[in-house]
Ligand binder design. Structure first.
Ligand code: CP
Ligand code: NVA
Length: 320
């Protein structure tokens, strides 16, 4: 694999050292910042990037449903001068993942995959040799976190010293947000019911990143304390895709953690409301909060496109 800078318009784009985005760990702190800077340029000057994927087809594989991720990757591939094909259903059901990967490598130039097991993304990357993107797994949702960091930067001008509170399940979205916040110097509070905390090794890794930036990464079940002076409040569904059978039990346990107007009032005045979507109104949040002035959920959704385009531009550096 050739690894050298490439230039698009007047912007020099370094390739990503890992060559993939299998998880948030594939981006160094410097690469994360460069990617977000590039996303701002891609958003401002989309036409400059119209040939980056010329002639290239991107494989989009979905084991789970999607609106935002699927459409934004399809639009992104086309706007970058390439195209995409979509396959839905289990990856590795009819044949081993390593065989799927080596087939895709013969026809297409990049993979984005939404999976249950993180291992499936890792195997696709390993066996295809193609730049491979995690489009959500049970453990991570790195593309979502990139869009969210871009959204916060647009609203705040930066991240350092700000506080983002995440309320709800310590899930894939919480993991990716925590890892990015820590590297960007943003304090992160994860407020979850007991037993639904984020994975201990990911919290530990986030604290490792935070040691270099001064960010504080906290996990608590205390709602009021966790929300104190938070400048953004983020929530996600209580039962993620694949956990539907736990929905009733979770709804009971998570009820006090619903991000409603009373909870928003515990945060800093004017705190932003964030949600990766899809949102279940009157469960993890309310219609009033979703539709309120501080809700930036559709900015987040829009930024999925720009952040993923920037990611694909950086990964394309290794295709040439
Ligand atoms: N936020 C997000 O990933 O949305 P989809 O599940 O619709 O792709
Ligand atoms: N945590 C949710 C995110 C959906 C975008 C899930 O995995 O279903």
């Amino acid at each position: 694999m050739k690894m050298h800078n490439h230039t698009v318009s007047s912007v020099t784009i370094p390739p990503l050292a890992a060559g993939h985005l299998r998880s948030d760990f594939d981006l160094t702190s410097a690469e994360l910042r460069s990617l977000l800077e590039l996303a701002i340029d891609v958003k401002a000057h989309p036409a400059h990037y119209g040939n980056v994927l010329r002639g290239a087809i991107v494989s989009l594989l979905f084991e789970k449903p999607s609106l935002r991720t699927r459409i934004t990757f399809e639009v992104a591939a086309k706007q970058l001068g390439g195209d995409s094909i979509v396959q839905t259903g289990p990856i590795g059901g009819r044949e081993p993942v390593k065989d799927v990967a080596r087939n895709l490598a013969r026809w297409t130039r990049m993979i984005a995959a939404r999976t249950f097991a993180q291992q499936t993304v890792e195997e696709l990357a390993q066996w295809s040799g193609l730049p491979t993107i995690n489009a959500l797994s049970d453990l991570f949702h790195p593309c979502q976190a990139l869009a969210d960091m871009l959204t916060l930067r647009e609203h705040w001008g930066g991240w350092a010293g700000r506080t983002l509170a995440y309320v709800g399940d310590g899930n894939n979205v919480a993991h990716s947000l925590m890892l990015d916040a820590a590297r960007l110097g943003m304090h992160f509070r994860c407020i979850t019911p007991a037993g639904y905390e984020p994975a201990a090794e990911i919290v530990e890794a986030a604290r490792g990143f935070a040691a270099a930036t001064g960010a504080r990464i906290e996990v608590t079940s205390e709602i009021e304390q966790g929300l104190m002076q938070a400048e953004a409040v983020y929530t996600d569904v209580w039962a993620s895709m694949g956990q539907e059978h736990e929905a009733i039990e979770r709804a009971r346990l998570f009820a006090p953690y619903q991000v409603n107007e009373a909870l928003m009032a515990m945060a800093a005045p004017g705190a932003l409301f964030m949600h990766c979507l899809p949102a279940h109104r009157e469960e993890e949040t309310t219609d009033a909060v979703m539709e309120s002035r501080v809700s930036v959920v559709f900015d987040q959704a829009e930024n999925r496109l720009h952040a993923q385009k920037a990611l694909m531009v950086m990964l394309a550096a290794q295709l040439h």
